[in-house]
Design a protein around this ligand. Structure first.
Ligand code: GRG
Length: 299
């Protein structure tokens, strides 16, 4: 990509990348006759609903920052969104967070039924690994990508964080517990998105390290702003139920440190996230903007 001069050019670039991601996701959700049509319809419903596509963008922008290409990174971008969509579908189930609204639409089990929603998650998870294993090249990158994604989404990270969150069961003081859950439920997917992008670009160790430092901060900013949105409580705008965490007495940044301190925390973290990208120069400007825009988002 040529050097980007203005915010509006970067925004246009991000919008174009998002549009390419939409097409790439849809292309990878076409199945042969072996897939029951209701299952395929529900998978497309869950994935193609209007999400922000943050994680695919992180894959693609990380790849580009490391000198790689959007085209090579796209299978990994789709795979992380498939996993993310599966986690949302399962999280919304009555046995978990029991939600009716997601991305401004009825949740998958409300639109279809519970069994279908469970199967949608199962099939999306399989599809994610299939896409990485069969489309990333060379084979060594595909294998490392599968291993990284498996670790980030498995029993110690995404699923483990969800289990601890549901059980309300992690050790340590309140802030340490909150951070341990969010590191696994939220930051792990962000970190692996950046890692996959870097892998497809065959990045240097220094580049991997800088992206990990950015991802740690981006993950925290994402979660704190999610809590701020939840506290602000505008379900129509956010597209999902809000205020529920505080209602259920769950730990959140806003209940723990207050709204003002949460805002102060995110400002500091965004500045750090932007600074750790210095090693990339201007090519990382879209990643810097993405971190900035997390704070200003309204959904
Ligand atoms: C079911 C294994 C399993 C895990 C569920 C996703 C998740 C873990 C829980 C959802 C609730 C939660 C607090 C998640 C953390 C924040 C998060 C992932 C929000 C949704 O992500 P966005 O805002 O959503 O990027 P869109 O719809 O834009 O893709």
């Amino acid at each position: 990509m040529p050097q980007l001069a203005t915010d509006s050019e970067i925004l246009t670039d991000l919008a174009e990348l998002r549009a390419v991601v939409e097409v790439a996701l849809a292309e990878r959700l076409v199945f042969d006759a072996g897939c029951p049509s209701r299952l395929a319809e529900a998978m497309r419903y869950a994935v193609l609903a209007p999400g922000k596509r943050l994680r695919p963008l992180l894959v693609l922008l990380a790849a580009r920052a490391c000198g790689g290409s959007v085209e090579r990174a796209m299978p990994a971008a789709c795979a992380v969104e498939f996993i993310h969509a599966y986690s949302l579908v399962h999280d919304d189930l009555p046995a978990m967070d029991d939600d009716d609204l997601r991305r401004g639409m009825p949740t998958c089990h409300k639109k279809f039924d519970e069994a279908t929603a469970i199967l949608v998650g199962d099939a999306l998870q399989s599809r994610a690994f299939e896409v990485i294993a069969s489309e990333l090249t060379p084979a060594s990158v595909a294998a490392r990508g599968c291993a990284a994604l498996g670790k980030a989404t498995g029993a110690t990270m995404l699923v483990g964080g969800q289990a601890d969150d549901l059980a309300g069961a992690t050790a340590g003081d309140d802030l340490a517990r909150l951070q341990a859950i969010h590191h696994r439920k939220t930051a792990a997917m962000i970190l692996v998105s950046l890692e996959l992008g870097a892998l497809t670009a065959e990045a240097t160790a220094e580049q991997h390290k800088a992206l990990a430092a950015y991802g740690e901060r981006f993950g925290q900013v994402f979660q704190i702003t999610d809590d701020l949105l939840d506290a602000r409580g505008d379900a129509t705008q956010v597209g999902k139920r809000v205020g529920k965490d505080a209602d259920r007495g769950k730990l959140t940044y806003t209940t723990l440190v207050g709204i003002e301190e949460s805002r102060r925390l995110v400002e500091g973290l965004v500045a750090e996230a932007q600074a750790v990208l210095d090693v990339f120069g201007d090519v990382a400007e879209p990643l810097r903007m993405l971190a900035r825009r997390l704070v200003d988002r309204d959904k």
